[in-house]
Write a protein of this length. Structure first.
Lengths: 189, 189
């Protein structure tokens, strides 16, 4: 998606530790026009899959997931983060880990809104090591919903998340795939 | 906004402690069609105000703010929550408090994205005691941006947030104003 790559090159800031900040249009300030374009692109990619629901995780996945959900005319479901494991029987719960915050957390999804009749597209803003996506896949497994694929805005292909998903046979569509950010130079695949 | 009130009556769940759960269409699962209608309604209310940016706070404000921002064709800026006070000079930081989680937290907004030239509409999903909105107003004060008003999806009018804002002369537009939830019966004003 050229308009997205162009924007990353113009406004993305590479920080130490392979961190890419896209705060000006995606993760803090949100360009709602670009968001619409992103929604259209994911629709083009997955439109024949009979998707019934979009699954994401708070916070920065929500804006993208809503842009996709509105075009598919389906609801968005976002996993809620918590510090303690939810043990009640009404909730799917999976552990995850934030490399940014260096702490474990739990993702929770109510069983009311996800079940075997659902056909799910996972949407998230970033894919790096894939830890968050792993937890969402775990939740889908628990729910026995059907997974159609994973849609990512920016994949850091030099980290292992994408490779792992593709090897597992998951359909992964990333709108911008970055193969290197060495010396602050962003290079797409 | 009748369609919203109807939905609250049908799907809202009143819990102890004056908590209204709207997890099925707003705070966990999101009805993207309703979100579009909400965006249109806020546009109708504020369209003549020359708004340059929508301000909200993560997480559940983001979906609504994006629905509004896309119709106004302006960016959305969401305050990020953190546990420690941010002292760097590049960030507006205000303390807030979550009654749900019973803990203090800080809201952070980068100075890069908010300044004296901005005309701001604050958008959030709920208004109860108004603690979160107070912090957003504090951030706008710091930035010297112009505040046009506050748009809320569901106001719990029996709590003090709305009264406080109206008394302070802030233009507050709430799409559904609940005056009572006693015995689980939701009554609108």
């Amino acid at each position: 998606m050229d308009i997205l790559k162009q924007r990353i090159l113009e406004d993305g800031i590479v920080l130490d530790g392979n961190i890419l900040k896209v705060d000006s249009f995606l993760n803090h300030q949100i360009d709602t026009h670009l968001l619409d374009d992103i929604g259209e692109e994911f629709y083009r990619l997955f439109k024949d899959e009979h998707i019934t629901k979009i699954l994401t995780v708070e916070s920065s996945g929500i804006s993208v997931a809503c842009a996709v959900g509105r075009i598919f005319k389906v609801p968005v479901l976002f996993a809620k983060k918590g510090n303690v494991k939810t043990l009640d029987e009404a909730t799917y719960c999976e552990q995850s880990y934030s490399f940014t915050k260096k702490e474990s957390y739990y993702m929770n999804v109510s069983k009311k809104y996800l079940g075997p009749k659902d056909t799910i597209l996972i949407i998230d803003d970033f894919l790096a090591n894939g830890i968050a996506i792993d937890a969402l896949l775990g939740i889908i497994d628990q729910s026995q919903a059907k997974l159609v694929g994973v849609g990512i805005v920016i994949e850091k292909e030099f980290q292992k998340g994408g490779k792992k998903l593709r090897q597992a046979g998951v359909r992964l569509e990333s709108l911008a795939r970055i193969i290197s950010m060495e010396n602050g130079n962003i290079i797409f695949s």
